[in-house]
Design a protein around this ligand. Structure first.
Ligand code: 13P
Length: 277
């Protein structure tokens, strides 16, 4: 299975961290670091995902015309969630069109923290995935098994079900536009990495699930990211795997000096893929 056509993506999920001023400063530090330390190199897609309230400030940094920041074409801003309906009496929710109106291009959907703490279901993730695509937002659909499920030998079954449910009733053309992130719940924020060969196996299985439903050309083009305690010290091994096309990073995306080595890991994968092509 060739991975040469797939994008490499390094996304930072800032979760419920950073004030607006802190988010702005972090975005500036990341982009200036990229511009300085990766000047002239092919860059992975870098997606910064702050809280809703910080989206405008981070978008301003990414779209700044001062030339000091990274190549804008490679840097995007994503939301961490959204409501699937367009408007209405849904107190506390944010609609897809409100995100696109700001200039947001990506949205994380079905993160395990949303599933665990906010009652998000596979069916809800499917509705949100459809809504994101209808609004031309790139959905980053998160899937992952809990520790109990892993220890009970249910990993593959759970992941297959989550993937199939997220893409239910979508056309092949739509599915071709999604990004999937494999985030084993037991590896999130725990410092416990899923071993790279095992993470690669699951990412490959995600691709084969999509292959069974939509065919090889769709499955081969979809970026599948790994998330769960990704750090500068783990990224090279992760980026050397055949089917891990990038990383969705939590804790280590909150400091520019920790996030930059991960972005560099993504840039190395691009080089690696170019030599294999
Ligand atoms: P950590 O990198 O902190 O484990 O979080 C991963 C994650 O949940 C990204 O969405």
């Amino acid at each position: 299975m060739s991975s040469k056509v797939r994008k490499t993506i390094i996304a930072g999920n800032w979760k419920m961290h950073k004030t607006v001023a802190e988010a702005q400063a972090l975005a500036e530090a990341v982009l200036q670091g990229v511009a300085k330390e990766l000047a002239g190199e092919a860059l992975p897609d870098i997606i910064l995902c702050p809280t809703y309230v910080s989206l405008p400030a981070v978008l301003n940094v990414v779209n700044a015309p001062d030339g000091k920041t990274a190549n804008k074409q490679n840097c995007f801003v994503g939301a961490q969630n959204m409501e699937h309906r367009d408007s209405g009496a849904f107190t506390g929710e944010i609609a897809p069109g409100m995100l696109t109106h700001l200039g947001v291009t990506h949205v994380i959907l079905g993160h395990s923290e949303r599933r665990q703490f906010f009652g998000e279901t596979n069916q809800g993730v499917n509705l949100k995935t459809k809504a994101a695509l209808a609004h031309k937002l790139v959905p980053i659909v998160c899937v992952g098994e809990t520790l109990d499920e892993r220890e009970g030998g249910l990993t593959d079954q759970v992941i297959r079900r989550q993937v199939a449910a997220a893409v239910e009733d979508l056309s092949a053309e739509e599915v071709a536009k999604i990004v999937v992130a494999y985030e084993p719940v037991w590896a999130i924020g725990t410092g416990k990495n899923c071993e790279s060969p095992e993470a690669n196996r699951v990412c490959k299985m995600i691709r084969s699930t999509i292959n069974e439903l939509y065919g090889t050309s769709v499955a081969d083009g979809i970026p599948v990211l790994y998330g769960g305690s990704v750090k500068g010290s783990t990224i090279d091994e992760q980026m050397a795997q055949s089917d891990i096309d990038g990383a969705l990073v939590g804790g280590a995306s909150l400091k520019a000096e920790e996030f930059l080595p991960i972005i560099k890991g993504g840039a190395k994968r691009l080089k690696l893929m170019a030599t294999k092509a």
